[in-house]
Design a protein around this ligand. Structure first.
Ligand SMILES: Cc1cc2nc3c(=O)[nH]c(=O)nc-3n(C[C@H](O)[C@H](O)[C@H](O)COP(=O)(O)OP(=O)(O)OC[C@H]3O[C@@H](n4cnc5c(N)ncnc54)[C@H](O)[C@@H]3O)c2cc1C
Length: 348
């Protein structure tokens, strides 16, 4: 039996083609799909993969890693993993990933991605938060016409991931890319006031922020304080999944109780199902045999994001979609329950 086709969400098996030591505590893995899976790994800049990491203790753990490669550059898929002190998954990958190894992954997912590569963007990253931001930056430079300003904070010079690549990009695009480095060893921790001072000239741009929680709070507060439109400030939170989508059985089908009706467009096909009012959309779709995408199932990662075309739902929990996403009708299928009697949803 082919596991890729039989499991919800379509598990992929990727081969580690190269391991690149980026800094003392970060590695990049170049990942190659089997040729028949090439379409399934198509991605947008800023999206992430969910990887299955072996564990003697639990069989496996799942962790999300943003793609640091750019989809428009015809280069291998690349994720970049930074060690979390005491963390299991990141250290396992940094210590054990070798060329030739096979690793299970869920297809690319996430909404931390620009609507247009022709718009000017402000990118604010700290530490491993550079990964999705670099993908956006390279995509804008290679496939769009936008200008990029990157404010990039790190502990010290040795911990700057992609320092050489950023220097090269700055040299090649002096009129479209400005990189502002901030080193804690030199300037101390970047505060809201520091970030506001740096960001002021570009605060009317679409902004993408990624890094540790307090850094992202300081950066988004700084931008909002400067008058930026909240809907144009996007953040990507790096959290560890507590569930394991690779080892979760598909939910049972139950048609009992009061139901709404849902029409779903997924992978070019349209389906209709009763939607029991107490069940979340993802469970309804999986129970009916659809390969709907998902990862955390706890409202924290955005892998299951879909868009409401008509009708209304409410989410039980949402840590990841921002005001801009909500205004465009995006919802998390793993948290959505129906409000209206009929709901139309699309994954396109
Ligand atoms: C959308 C998204 C994108 C992300 N992108 C990136 C990225 O580009 N780069 C990056 O570096 N990080 C990224 N992250 C963060 C990443 O997913 C992890 O959260 C991070 O690497 C820390 O994971 P960890 O397992 O090392 O640490 P922790 O989650 O802190 O690991 C500790 C946990 O592992 C358990 N554990 C300990 N030993 C074992 C064992 N033997 N078996 C099983 N469990 C064990 C412990 O109980 C504990 O719960 C991203 C996260 C998200 C949500």
């Amino acid at each position: 039996m082919n596991t890729t086709e039989s499991r919800p969400g379509g598990i992929l098996t990727l081969r580690v083609a190269h391991v690149i030591r980026e800094t003392r505590d970060a590695v990049s893995l170049e990942l190659a799909p089997a040729s028949e899976q090439a379409k399934a790994v198509e991605y947008r800049p800023g999206q992430f993969l969910t990887l299955r990491i072996p564990s003697d203790l639990t069989g496996s753990v799942s962790r999300c890693y943003s793609l640091s490669s750019a989809p428009h550059e015809n280069v291998p898929l690349k994720v970049t993993v930074k060690r979390t002190p005491g963390g299991y998954g990141s250290n396992w990958l940094c210590d054990n990933a070798i060329a030739g190894m096979a690793i299970d992954a869920l297809p690319p997912a996430g909404v931390f991605t620009p609507a247009s590569l022709d718009d000017d963007v402000l990118l604010v990253a700290a530490g491993s938060g550079i990964t999705p931001v670099l993908s956006i930056l390279k995509s804008v430079l290679s496939a769009g016409s936008g200008h990029c300003t990157l404010i990039y904070a790190n502990r010290d010079e040795q911990s700057v991931i992609f320092a050489a690549e950023l220097a090269d990009l700055s040299a090649r695009h002096p009129d479209r890319l400005l990189v502002v480095h901030w080193l804690e060893t030199v300037q101390g921790l970047p505060t809201r006031a520091h970030l506001a001072a740096l960001a002021r000239p570009w605060c009317d741009r679409e902004a993408f922020i990624c890094g540790p929680g307090p850094f992202m709070d300081a950066a988004s507060d700084a931008l909002i304080g400067l008058g930026a439109d909240r809907k144009r400030v996007h953040v990507e939170k790096f959290v560890s999944l507590s569930g394991n989508p690779f080892e979760t059985a598909a939910p049972e089908r139950t048609d009992s109780g009061e139901s709404a009706a849902v029409e779903v467009e997924l992978d070019g096909q349209t389906y209709e199902f009763p939607w029991p009012r107490q069940r979340v959309l993802l469970d309804v779709l999986l129970a009916n045999g659809l390969a709907a995408p998902y990862s955390c199932r706890e409202g924290a990662c955005s892998a299951c994001t879909c868009r409401i075309v008509s009708g209304q739902v409410e989410m039980r929990h949402n840590e990841v979609l921002d005001d801009a996403d909500l205004a465009e009708g995006y919802v998390l299928a793993c948290q959505a329950v129906p409000v209206t009697d009929t709901v139309q949803v699309t994954y396109s």
